[in-house]
Design a binder for this molecule. Structure first.
Ligand SMILES: NC(=O)c1ccc[n+]([C@@H]2O[C@H](COP(=O)([O-])OP(=O)(O)OC[C@H]3O[C@@H](n4cnc5c(N)ncnc54)[C@H](OP(=O)(O)O)[C@@H]3O)[C@@H](O)[C@H]2O)c1
Length: 274
């Protein structure tokens, strides 16, 4: 989806901003419509050199002319940043606010900023390679055009999913936000096993990475269910069946559910801190 570019200010130039800005510019968003602010200069200068965006060490200067302000600082810094914006930007209520911070609810931004067009998003780190999964939820007063604009930003770094119910953000975060770590953990186990069976580390790495990439790509494009895709590579009495039996004996479905429930619970606990 393409929406008309708007002047956009990113507050905070950390890992997530770097991924999103890279995806935006590489996919045709005009760099001169983007300003990034950050207290230290190094990350800003790298962003300017790499992508030609505007930079500023002052959040207020960066945000004052922007139509859209993306809040991209750590959650524990968010109250102070919002207070600074609220105190110094008389036209803040006219702007679309997009926050990428984990755990801070929409109502909190309404309290902090007095704005009504607010979108909360949860991107994930594969955004860095254009394969992100971003969840979005918005306050009712946010316009359809604002929603389309946010979708067009995060579609540039992967796929997007809108939620109607903000409570589902804790589940989405546990799945898509934390999920890359679950897959890395599983892949690391396979790599270690490959090394213990005789491959060197480089061989194990390419074998596991490419197999994971291929499986994910097939799952993404196929109309078949995962169980059917699995069955296609599992002949009765064959070697894959033997390997799958080991996973099933350990009840891998139960383990996945327990992992997801534990992460959701922690998200719910952390949301109470902000
Ligand atoms: N990384 C993820 O996987 C992920 C996924 C989903 C959502 N998020 C959310 O994205 C947000 C940013 O995460 P991140 O991983 O990009 O963090 P990060 O790399 O630590 O970046 C945060 C940036 O904010 C800057 N900053 C600190 N105080 C500031 C202020 N007062 N005004 C402007 N900038 C300020 C920091 O600058 P200095 O370094 O110079 O202090 C740093 O560059 C967090 O709220 C996180 O919850 C992250």
């Amino acid at each position: 989806m393409t929406a008309q570019p708007r002047l956009i200010a990113f507050i905070g130039a950390g890992n997530m901003t770097q991924s999103i800005v890279a995806g935006m510019v590489q996919n045709g968003y005009p760099a001169n419509y983007i300003t990034v602010s950050n207290p230290s200069l190094g990350k800003l200068e790298r962003l300017q050199q790499q992508f030609g965006v505007n930079i500023n060490q002052d959040n207020i200067v960066a945000a004052c002319n922007a139509d859209v302000v993306v809040l991209a600082v750590k959650p524990q810094r968010m109250a102070a940043v919002c207070q600074q914006l609220q105190t110094n930007l008389p036209n803040l209520a006219d702007k679309l606010i997009i926050s990428i911070a984990a755990g801070i609810r929409l109502a909190k931004y309404q309290d902090y900023l007095g704005a009504s067009r607010i979108i909360r998003v949860m991107p994930n780190t594969p955004s860095l390679v254009g394969q992100g999964m971003t969840g979005l939820v918005k306050l009712a007063a946010t316009t359809a055009a604002d929603g389309e604009f946010a979708t067009s930003i995060f579609d540039r770094v992967g796929k997007t999913l809108w939620l109607d119910d903000e409570d589902q953000m804790d589940i989405l975060s546990a799945l898509a936000g934390s999920g890359p770590a679950y897959f890395f953990e599983f892949m690391a186990g396979l790599q270690k096993a490959a090394v213990s069976l005789g491959f060197n580390a480089d061989q194990a790495r390419i074998l596991v990475n490419q197999t994971a990439l291929g499986a994910a790509a097939m799952a993404s494009v196929s109309e078949l269910e995962l169980a059917d895709l699995r069955a296609q590579v599992t002949s009765k009495g064959g070697s894959t069946a033997k390997g799958i039996e080991v996973y099933q004996a350990a009840d891998i479905d139960f383990i996945s559910e327990q992992a997801l429930r534990a992460a959701v619970l922690r998200n719910q606990e952390m949301a109470k801190l902000f």
